[in-house]
Ligand binder design. Structure first.
Ligand code: SF4
Length: 475
């Protein structure tokens, strides 16, 4: 299964902030994609409000997911495809291994898929003695380096071209070069042989359409089309929520997805895949399997507070504008999904306590919702997660993350409801603060248990006399 290191969020974030190369790469990413996406929305013939319509489409599909999925499955089976519902990641992996064993698969080529990252597909295939090659250039780099993606769309964003040059020299046995186009050619040459030799191709699914019974994949490199059409078997993985009921709605989502993901009107390669090769067709797989993954999504669907998160189409636009992601990068989040989407989805999938720091780390600035092609209210759900961590929640199995903090706020709540006590406490604090060094009329260090507030900032001291007291005197 995929490695989950959400507990290391703070330590990894501190490391990332000190990494100058990463800081430059992230700043460049945000500059290019963040701004570009907003401009793309403005240029839509329907205008940016198409995002609101897309939100309604997604919510309607999610609320009718049972019927929509049934239609999708019936149509895919009619087209000759196989569909498997996987309750969790292990079941999805086992199904893929079964298909691989049945067909004596020895080599697999993979199109980029975050769901396969979520379930740890690569490691499972390798453990079973199968040779697996990522074919998206960024994913290929990451695989050669033995790392995990640090961005949903740009997985190798944290690597410099000289690092990639050294990596290719070492792993592909070629002379060192750091020219991007020559490095791309080297990867292309190595991958071409993999495509030709592969028995099975795997892919994700950007969005499926129930009405037609097809899945859609997008790429700018053509690798997914080769992974899904050249080998004799194609196994596609999709989160159970990634489906639109109608083709008309599917196409709206597709247009927005390309804008959100890469500030493009449309990806270079768009493939609609609806089953295996038909009689008389010259390409396409002999068998097509769709694995529909639950892995905790039913639980999200059942909760009205978080159901909206299933609208997500994993475009990564929110990463490209998030001020937190811009500083700490993707690895700090400790799971397949990073940035604002990861800060909500990861706790819901792996456990709210286990991933407690992720939602606490976000700023609630709202930039994620503003750029989201389906206008998901991420800040609302970040706050809902924080509430669960503060108060506990038996339905989600959450224990209060910090009992001391809870006690502190209970005391605070009791005090501010008691006027006299509050006034006395403010007076005491205004006098007591003189004990703490003040430079430039600011307090640089507070004592425990509130010392965390001044770890990264100075705070303004309390006024010597409160507003209420001055106001009363003026009456
Ligand atoms: S939350 Fe919105 S912006 Fe972020 S990945 Fe999902 S769809 Fe894209």
């Amino acid at each position: 299964m995929a490695k989950i290191t959400t507990e290391n969020y703070v330590a990894e974030a501190k490391k990332a902030i000190k990494n100058q190369v990463l800081q430059e790469a992230l700043a460049d990413l945000q500059h290019r994609f963040g701004r570009g996406t907003a401009e793309c929305y403005r240029q839509l013939p329907e205008g940016p409000d198409l995002r609101l319509r897309a939100h309604d489409i997604r919510m309607k599909d999610i609320e009718n997911l049972d019927v929509v999925l049934e239609t999708l499955v019936a149509n895919i089976r009619k087209n000759g495809g196989h569909v498997y519902f996987a309750e969790d990641g292990q079941a999805a992996v086992n199904y893929c291994l079964e298909v691989a064993h049945k067909h004596k698969v020895r080599r697999v080529v993979k199109g980029k898929s975050m769901v396969s990252e979520e379930i740890g597909l690569n490691d499972a295939l390798v453990e079973a003695g199968i040779d697996v090659s990522e074919t998206d250039l960024g994913e290929y780099i990451i695989q050669l380096a033995g790392e995990t993606p640090s961005h949903i769309i740009a997985p190798a964003i944290h690597k410099t071209r000289s690092e990639i040059g050294s990596l290719f020299a070492d792993k592909l046995d070629i002379p060192y070069d750091d020219d991007p186009s020559r490095l791309t050619w080297a990867a292309r040459k190595a991958l071409r042989e993999k495509f030709l030799a592969a028995d099975m191709g795997t892919s994700g699914c950007n969005i499926a359409c129930a009405e037609t019974g097809h899945i859609t994949t997008l790429s700018n490199e053509g690798n997914i089309r080769m992974s899904t059409t050249m080998p004799r078997i194609h196994v596609a993985f999709m989160g159970m929520e990634r489906v639109a009921a109608r083709l008309e709605d599917h196409d709206i989502l597709l247009r927005l997805l390309c804008r959100g993901a890469a500030a493009q009107n449309m990806a270079t390669y768009v493939s609609y895949i609806g089953g295996p090769r038909s009689a008389g067709e010259v390409d396409g797989p002999q068998e097509f399997h769709l694995v529909v993954l639950d892995n905790g999504r039913s639980r999200i669907l059942a909760d009205e507070e978080f159901r909206e998160m299933l609208c997500c189409i994993r475009c990564a636009a929110c990463l490209n504008v998030c001020p937190v992601y811009a500083k700490i990068g993707g690895h700090s989040y400790g799971y397949a999904y990073s940035g604002p989407v990861g800060a909500v989805v990861t706790p819901l999938l792996v456990g709210i306590n286990r991933a407690a720091d992720l939602c606490q780390g976000e700023t609630l600035c709202g930039a994620c919702q503003d750029i989201c092609p389906v206008n998901i209210d991420i800040p609302r759900m970040l706050l809902a997660l924080r509430t669960k961590l503060a108060e506990g929640d038996s339905a989600w199995g959450v224990t209060p993350a910090d009992r001391k903090e809870k006690l502190l706020f209970q005391a605070w709540s009791w005090m501010i409801r008691n006027r006299r006590l509050y006034d006395a406490a403010v007076k005491l604090a205004a006098t007591g603060q003189r004990l703490f060094a003040q430079k430039d009329d600011m307090i640089g260090r507070l004592p425990p248990p509130v010392h965390g507030w001044t770890k990264g900032r100075d705070i303004k001291p309390l006024a010597a006399e409160s507003f209420i007291s001055r106001w009363k005197k003026s009456l």
